[in-house]
Design a protein around this ligand. Structure first.
Ligand SMILES: Cc1cc2nc3c(=O)[nH]c(=O)nc-3n(C[C@H](O)[C@H](O)[C@H](O)COP(=O)(O)OP(=O)(O)OC[C@H]3O[C@@H](n4cnc5c(N)ncnc54)[C@H](O)[C@@H]3O)c2cc1C
Length: 398
């Protein structure tokens, strides 16, 4: 295994860096840097810029309009994007549904849906979880009953990220009650504008309606919108989850978060000196930085295995656990760095165009919200407890 980048890979990094310098709008990077809320049009604007460059779908083959990058190129791109404070690319259509359609969708589905993911016509969300079906996903109850060339869908999904902006949802639905629960699930593509679909926001602890409940009340869905075979949806769902967990370590986010923590610790004072010079505080930063360096090396190890054609296994669970722990540790330490500024959390300060008088310095405004919001990291994409079970079975053979 060689962890040094080749000249070609370094040239690719330079190309990405030059593109970001030239094309990433200042207005967007400033929002990302200060933790301000990105609205729908911000995300659409950035997707459109990347799509014009042919870089929106780094993971898709060129034949489908993607960039066809290998794992190392995707990693370098991610690093440069977070380093430049670019908005993150939304994964639902690009990193989750796209690969499933390319592997299991019909030619008609590929031709119809894939270009719409790229040009932004379709904003997808993920309808997997239900009340009572999260970690134990196969116990999902949303029913789809066949009536001629349609299914009639009834039930509820929950925790649907950014579903308030979406016009399409990919869903796991129950099409058979007999046999093992996994054997009666199908994978449906549902137009959110269909009659009988309603969306109710769930406001999270940081005040943002980032997730939603989605209800289906006798929703008519053409059978042509089913991906693959009836009752075989579990296979496609699991394939999608392996893509969802790609890059879940979030190394780039952690590096950016640590830089921001250090900047704040240079500004904040402790006993008349910059906080960063306080030995106890500096030791805590060092502890996190050492963990981050170790995780980055593991990440490169996994990427280098993937580049050599080996699919990452339980290592992606290790990265998920470690990555979320490190990011949460950075959030907690940043929050303690701003001291009493963590108390008056005014979420309106994060709204673009807010003209309220600032209660805390600009660098402190988003810290508490980020701390609260990132409690989710150890829950979604498969909770850390579940990942630890995977590690203990697959790696430790317990
Ligand atoms: C912010 C956010 C966004 C999300 N976005 C989406 C989305 O867009 N689409 C979507 O479909 N879902 C989404 N989810 C749902 C997410 O995937 C689930 O929350 C997650 O899988 C956990 O399921 P649960 O919430 O039902 O918790 P439960 O499964 O009820 O678990 C509760 C606790 O028990 C533990 N636990 C459960 N089973 C075991 C076990 N066998 N062994 C040990 N411990 C166990 C869990 O680890 C957890 O700590 C999102 C969740 C969050 C928080």
């Amino acid at each position: 295994m060689n962890l040094e980048y080749t000249d070609e890979q370094l040239a690719f990094r330079q190309e990405v860096r030059a593109f970001l310098e030239a094309e990433l709008p200042e207005s967007l990077s400033a929002k990302v840097k200060s933790g301000k809320t990105l609205n729908k049009s911000d995300i659409e604007q950035w997707h459109a810029i990347l799509n014009k460059q042919g870089w929106l779908a780094g993971n898709w083959p060129k034949a489908y309009g993607g960039a066809g990058w290998n794992a190392v190129q995707r990693h370098l791109f991610e690093e440069e994007m977070t380093g430049a404070s670019a908005p993150r690319i939304l994964p639902f259509g690009l990193a989750m549904l796209g690969p499933v359609l390319q592997e299991f969708g019909s030619a008609e589905q590929q031709e119809y849906y894939l270009p719409k993911v790229l040009n932004g016509e379709h904003w997808w969300c993920q309808g997997y979880s239900e009340p009572g079906a999260g970690s134990d996903l196969a116990s999902l109850k949303t029913r789809a009953e066949r009536e001629g060339d349609h299914y009639i869908v009834n039930g509820q999904k929950t925790w649907t990220t950014l579903g308030q902006h979406a016009n399409m949802i990919f869903c796991l639905v129950r099409t058979a009650k007999e046999g093992k629960p996994q054997e009666g699930i199908s994978f449906l593509l549902i137009d959110m504008n269909s009659e009988g679909v309603s969306v109710r926001p769930i406001v999270l602890i940081d005040g943002e309606p980032e997730v939603n409940e989605v209800f289906f009340d006798n929703v008519k869905v053409p059978v042509a919108n089913r991906v693959g075979e009836e009752n075989k949806g579990w296979t496609y769902a699991k394939y999608l989850l392996t893509h969802e967990r790609t890059n879940i370590a979030g190394v780039g986010f952690a590096v950016a978060g640590l830089e921001s923590l250090k900047r704040i610790a240079r500004t904040e004072q402790s006993k008349g000196r910059p906080l960063i010079e306080n030995p106890y505080f500096a030791a805590q930063i060092a502890r996190i930085e050492i963990d981050l360096m170790a995780m980055s090396t593991t990440n490169l190890r996994v990427i280098s295995k993937a580049a050599a054609g080996q699919a990452p296994g339980a290592e992606s669970s290790m990265l998920k656990v470690k990555g979320s722990e490190i990011r949460q540790a950075i959030n907690a330490l940043t929050r303690s760095a701003i001291g009493s500024y963590a108390m008056p959390f005014v979420s309106e300060e994060l709204e673009p165009g807010s003209n309220a008088l600032p209660v805390v310095p600009d660098y402190a405004a988003s810290v508490t919200g980020a701390y609260f919001n990132n409690r989710k990291l150890s829950i979604y994409g498969g909770s850390n407890e579940i990942q630890r079970s995977i590690i203990s079975k697959a790696l430790l053979e317990l």
